[in-house]
Design a protein around this ligand. Structure first.
Ligand code: MGP
Length: 226
């Protein structure tokens, strides 16, 4: 297990050094002591995007109280949801990721609003998740090599293909938001949406950019997204 969480440019492994220059984009409070594992350097959602998603959800559903962040990683999205909603529960299989989430949430003075649960989603998805108003998920895409495919096959998401992930989410809640690769296969998205929710169902897709550079795709399922 990796224990260096508070990095400098020199301590970062070579393969993730390029993300160092994005540190304030990932967390504006980076200098206050943000901690991240190597994997989290390339998988955490940049703060401005996480806040944009949370604000949009709030705009559509001001009454939401509790958000479940499945595969919460370093807590970027959990922190953004906790700023605007009553609470956010972050689930991750990796205990070190959860330590990062808790520590980083405390830096944003949101420690009390971000709860964490260590579990394997393949098991905990069938538990009783009461009072969850919306599920957010930015699942592992398979690392930075996701751009090696021109069109990203959504069956490559871990730990489950998109369709199975969504099945597990819709059992808990009818509002689901996913942050997915910018090159995700839109035809697959459309087909999966119709298979799971009916021929007339739609998935709202927004392409998100920072400084005119496309970072990913946010997909929204459920009645009421404007
Ligand atoms: P990127 O595409 O690897 O980097 O990650 P960059 O510098 O934007 O693009 P490049 O074209 O110069 O390589 C961009 C963002 O995508 C990251 O900040 C994460 O928010 C997200 N992201 C990237 N990866 C590899 C993952 C992943 O495996 N899982 C999740 N959940 N998000 C990821």
């Amino acid at each position: 297990m990796e224990h260096t969480l508070l990095h400098t440019y020199d301590s970062l492994p070579k393969r993730v050094k390029k993300y160092w220059q994005q540190r304030y984009t990932l967390f504006s409070k980076y200098d206050e002591g943000i901690v991240l594992t190597t994997e989290l350097w390339y998988s955490v959602t940049p703060e401005e995007i996480a806040v944009f998603i949370a604000k949009y959800v709030k705009h559509c559903f001001p009454q939401i109280r509790t958000v479940l962040d499945v595969f919460c990683g370093g807590g970027g999205n959990s922190i953004a949801f906790a700023r605007l909603f009553n609470s956010c529960i972050g689930v991750d299989i990796n205990e070190v990721n959860l330590q990062c989430t808790k520590h980083n949430a405390a830096l944003y003075k949101l420690g009390g609003k971000v709860q964490t649960k260590q579990s394997d989603w393949l098991e905990s998805c069938s538990e009783d998740w009461d009072n969850i108003d919306l599920i957010f998920s930015s699942p592992p895409w398979g690392g930075p090599a996701y751009t090696k495919q021109d069109i990203y096959d959504l069956n490559n998401l871990a730990p489950l293909p998109l369709k199975d992930l969504l099945i597990s989410f819709f059992k808990i809640c009818d509002k689901v938001v996913c942050f997915l690769p910018r090159n995700s296969n839109l035809e697959q998205l459309d087909q999966i949406t119709r298979e799971l929710l009916g021929e007339d169902a739609v998935c709202k897709v927004t392409i998100v950019s920072l400084d005119e550079y496309v970072k990913g795709m946010v997909c929204y399922w459920g009645e009421g997204f404007l």
